[in-house]
Ligand binder design. Sequence first.
Ligand code: NAD
Length: 319
Amino acid sequence: IKIMVYELRDDERNVFENLAQELHVEYTFSHKMLNMETIPLAQGCQGICILGISKISADILRQMKEMKISYLSTRSVGFNNIDMEAARKLNIRVSNADYGPDGVADYTLMLILMSLRKYKQAMFRGNVNDYSLKGLQGKEMKDMTVGIIGTGRIGARVIDFLSGFGCRVLAYDPYPQEKVKGKATYTDLETLYEESDIISLHVPLMEQTFRMINRTSLSKMKNGVIVVNCSRGELMNIPDVIEGIETEKIGALALDVFENEDGIYHFDRRTDIIINRDMAYIRQFPNVIMTQHMAFYTENAVKSMVSCGVKNLVSFIKE
Ligand code: NAD
C-alpha cells in the first residue's frame, strides 16, 4: 500500500513513521497543501491523506480519479473543506478523524480560569518586573454561574470538569443529554445569557449558530460577562464583540478560534501573524486572550488524528 500525505506537520512525522512500519504502508509526504499544483506528487499512490486545511474542489477530485486514486482521508474532525457532493459523484471515498474531547475541555477550563484571575495582565506585569496587585483582584469559581452553550462531546466534558468547582452551571442545547442533567441545569438561551457570569461556546458552526454572539445577544448578558470561544470563529460577530469590550459589557474574552484562520496555516501557526485588522486590534486588549486554534493540540490528539488518517485509508484500500 502506498499513500501520499499532504500538510505534514513536523510533530506528526514520528507517528507516521511508526504506523507505516506497523501497517506495512509506504508513504510519501509534503508539507504543502493538496492543490492542482501539488497533486502530481501523489502519482502512483492509492490513497491521499490531508490534514484538513486544503480546499478540495471538484477539479482536484476529478484529477485524483484520473490518477486512479479513489480514497481520501483527512486527519481532522471536520470535512467542510471537501466538496463531498463531487466526491460522491466521482465515487471517491472520504473519511475523517476522531479524537477525544478532553484536550479541548481542559483548554476551555484553562481559559475560563485565566480570564477570571486576570492572568494575562499579571503575566505582562511580571514580564516588566512589576509585581503589584493593583487591579488584579479576581473572583472565585464557586461564586460563578457558568453557561455552557452546546452540550455535545466537548460541552459535556467541560460540565464534568466544572462540577468539581462548586459553581452553578446552566446549559443550553436543543438536544439535552441525560448524563448532563445531574451536573447542569438546562435552560433556554435567554435565561443562560441573562444569568451567566461566564459563557462558553461548544456548538458547531451552522446557519442557526453563525454570529450568535452579536450586539443583540450581548445586550442580554450581564455587564462584565466573560466569554470563551474554543469552537468556531464564525460564531461571533467581531465588530460587535469589540464594541462589547470597549463598553466593558464584556469583562474578559478568550478566543482559541477566529474567522479566516486559513491564512495562518501557511505560516506554520505562528502567533505573530496579523490575520486581519479586527483580530490584530482585539488581541491588544489586556482582558483578551487569543490563541491559535490549539485547544485540540495534545500528544494524544495528534496520535489519534494520524492513526485515523492512515488506518482509514488502509481499510478502504484493503476492502
Ligand atoms: P458535538 O457535535 O459533539 O456537540 C455539539 C452540540 O451542539 C450537540 O449536542 C448539538 O445538539 C449542539 N447544538 C447544535 N445546535 C445548537 C444550537 N443552536 N445551540 C446550542 N447547541 C446546539 O461537537 P463537539 O465535539 O462537542 O465539538 C463542538 C465544537 O467544538 C465543534 O463544532 C468544533 O467547532 C469545536 N472544536 C474546536 C476545537 C479546537 O481546537 N478549538 C477542537 C475540536 C472541536
